[in-house]
Design a protein around this ligand. Structure first.
Ligand SMILES: Cc1cc2nc3c(=O)[nH]c(=O)nc-3n(C[C@H](O)[C@H](O)[C@H](O)COP(=O)(O)OP(=O)(O)OC[C@H]3O[C@@H](n4cnc5c(N)ncnc54)[C@H](O)[C@@H]3O)c2cc1C
Length: 652
């Protein structure tokens, strides 16, 4: 096809370049320009590496925190914190009964504050420099830092996250990383084209022109977030299909799975929250968690629902909600919070919805900011709702424009208590800390030369985690590139990737990516829902094979946009297989993993208290396992791998 030709009935505003191939070469290729990607680019560039970063959308605003975030968790080394990185990482691991990523969360706790200072250097706002909250309990007068949740221990910061993404972009540019937008990483290249071989580069598609790009790289960092749309897809409102942004479809997982990447914990999925057409947008309805912590809740008659400490004792004042119980060192809230109460780190909560209903409190409940002290009200409805991802314009801006006044009005909750919708058990998603790629202390995966950061990693969550692991993975990817020689690209693999990716262009009539996306959720809901068994899961694999044999072969694309969406959806189909294989590999039920096997009903038998791993090799899927504490001691391992960084930081 010649440059500039139109395809299909829609006039296409960009030149069509399906026939063109760009060749690139670098030391470190970062794929995904969100929170972890920008910092990976900065980390690698800070080591003198030649860095290219591909971003599917526009780096300036892309990713889960492109539109903001309101708090930054686990910054244990900030000057006001009373807990150590070791204490925090240990708490995160134990609260999840070992099913957590000790390496990445230690890095988050130890380096998160360094990344906040980087952001400040590049123009982000992390302190109350306008003195809007002078005198508030949650503000440190000397540093002007502001805190959320546990006001005594002060390791989670309230931040002006709407300023962050631009600062990250600026940082990457200042450090001379080459940032290339509208470019979807689509396939990995390996030494000799072999499954399980050293990663030597990747191929990409341009979402505007359809151009093909081949990049040779000595190391690659995956920063493409986690899989979505496996169980949930809202064809009438695709942008609302999931909590995370629509362009985050877990492409990295699919790319790695195809060439032998190793994964764990992907058998864990939760009943849906805050997504799709069943739900109101996140944080737009009355609740008392996360952004809204610790808002007063009232019932339909205006009766206050009690706030309780971990022993069930009623807390008389609003200030008590922000303090540990006497005798408790600190409590944990936010993204890293356990799904089930864990007494040692359990914080204040409103009475459970079921208990409140039994005691005569009348649904629906409402968030009542009118009851909060003025500073707390202003920090929730103002700073927090004004900076959280996706809320600034549609919630804060829109509600204010329509006359919502938090000093006078209450806001209704939906679903079971404080959520924004009620989901069916089979409508699932990866929330909290789901599975992902297995990593070592360099954040390298099992594939030599492939590093991972942010939400690609198993048991990942949060901006601080993404930023800290991004920078760390970037540094180690640069070190790998510097110590491993020239790499050769396998021409046959490049050609095979090109053929695979452009297939949907061969059809102008056929199955749309939206139809395939819906069909995948049907298979996953029917055969990989809340209750699982070998029989059901094998039936699910059969369903996926049928989709590959029929709908995927008829998938059509009329323009580069369709082509991108079609390939994303094929990645979702690939990830569905990865998830079903992960579920098949664990032959036991687990409470912590929200994993119910009808055929193996015993909950958490000791033999299965381990990470189960899966990887796809040339001869089929291989399963294995790792001890839950495979990463060893936090501080000594960290120090053994980061002597240069420690030297620089202590000298700065
Ligand atoms: C609504 C919302 C509110 C949140 N609030 C908070 C909060 O207040 N505090 C907090 O700590 N955490 C919060 N989180 C979580 C936090 O934002 C994420 O955990 C974090 O941003 C993850 O960073 P990441 O780099 O892994 O992914 P992202 O920041 O999502 O970046 C992934 C990037 O990869 C790009 N990409 C995807 N596929 C490809 C591909 N094939 N090729 C090239 N590029 C690709 C995407 O376009 C995106 O830019 C929130 C999340 C959401 C959705």
């Amino acid at each position: 096809m010649s440059t500039g030709a139109l395809r299909g009935p829609i006039p296409w505003p960009y030149p069509i370049e399906y026939d063109r191939t760009d060749w690139q070469d670098c030391d470190v290729l970062v794929i995904g320009g969100g929170a972890s990607g920008c910092f990976a680019a900065m980390g690698a560039a800070s080591r003198g590496a030649r860095v290219i970063m591909w971003e599917k959308a526009a780096t300036m605003t892309s990713g889960a925190m492109g539109s903001g975030c309101d708090h930054w968790e686990m910054a244990a080394t900030n000057p006001c914190s009373l807990v150590t990185p070791e204490e925090l990482a240990d708490a995160m691991v134990r609260m999840h009964h070992g099913y957590n990523n000790g390496i990445s969360h230690y890095i988050e706790s130890r380096e998160g504050w360094d990344r906040l200072r980087d952001l400040e250097k590049y123009g982000a706002k992390i302190r109350d420099t306008d003195d809007e909250f002078v005198g508030a309990d949650f503000r440190d007068p000397a540093s002007k830092l502001m805190f959320a949740y546990d006001y005594v221990n002060r390791f989670t910061l309230r931040v002006w996250g709407t300023t962050f993404k631009r600062a990250m972009y600026r940082g990457a540019k200042i450090l001379k990383a080459q940032v290339i937008d509208r470019t979807m990483g689509a396939g990995l290249l390996t030494e000799g084209g072999r499954v399980g071989g050293r990663v030597v580069g990747a191929v990409a598609l341009n979402g505007r022109t359809g151009r093909f790009t081949v990049c040779r790289a000595r190391s690659v960092v995956f920063c493409m977030s986690r899989p979505t749309r496996l169980w949930l897809f809202a064809p009438g409102a695709t942008g609302l299909s999931e909590f995370r942004p629509p362009q985050c479809t877990g492409d990295g997982h699919a790319m790695a799975w195809r060439v032998g990447g190793q994964f764990t914990m992907l058998e864990k999925s939760l009943r849906g929250e805050w997504s799709g057409l069943r739900s109101f947008p996140p944080y737009s309805t009355g609740n008392n968690h996360n952004t809204w912590y610790a808002c007063t809740m009232v019932d339909a008659t205006g009766r206050k629902i009690p706030w309780l400490d971990r022993d069930g004792k009623e807390l008389p004042t609003v200030a008590d909600r922000y303090r540990p119980t006497p005798g408790q060192k600190f409590y944990m809230k936010g993204g890293g919070e356990p799904d089930f109460p864990f007494y040692e780190f359990q914080g204040p909560e409103t009475m459970a919805v079921e208990d409140a209903v039994k005691q005569g409190y009348k649904l629906p409940f409402y968030a009542d900011l009118t009851d909060m002290p003025e500073m707390e009200r202003r920090v929730i409805w103002g700073m927090m709702v004004g900076n959280e991802g996706k809320t600034r314009t549609p919630v804060y801006g829109e509600y204010n424009a329509r006359g919502f006044d938090p000093s006078q009005h209450v806001l209704q909750s939906y679903g079971d208590g404080w959520r924004s919708g009620q989901f069916l058990p089979q409508e699932r998603q990866f929330f909290g800390i789901p599975g992902g790629m297995v990593n070592d202390w360099r954040l390298m995966t099992n594939l030599p030369g492939l590093f991972a950061a942010g939400d690609v990693l198993f048991a990942s969550d949060c901006v601080g985690h993404a930023a800290a692991t991004g920078h760390y993975a970037g540094r180690h990817a640069a070190a790998f590139a510097a110590t491993h020689g020239e790499v050769a690209i396998d021409d046959a693999q490049v050609q095979a990737e090109r053929t695979r990716l452009y297939q949907p262009l061969g059809r102008t009539n056929g199955v749309t990516w939206q139809a395939l996306a819906e069909a995948i959720t049907r298979v996953m809901q029917n055969y990989c829902g809340a209750m699982k068994s070998d029989d059901l899961l094998h039936e699910g694999l059969r369903g996926l094979e049928e989709l590959w044999a029929n709908e995927a072969q008829a998938l059509m694309a009329r323009n580069p946009h369709d082509l991108l969406r079609a390939n994303e959806t094929l990645n979702v189909l690939t990830n569905a297989e990865l998830v079903i294989q992960s579920c098949l590999a664990r032959k036991a039920s687990s409470k912590e993993l929200h994993f119910e096997r009808i055929d193996y009903p015993e909950l958490d038998p000791p033999d299965w208290h381990r990470f189960v791993t899966v990887e796809k090799r040339a001869d089929g899927v291989t399963t294995g396992s790792l001890p839950l504490d495979y990463y060893g001691d936090f501080a000594s391992n960290y120090e053994a791998h980061n002597a240069d960084y420690i030297r620089e930081e202590t000298g700065r």
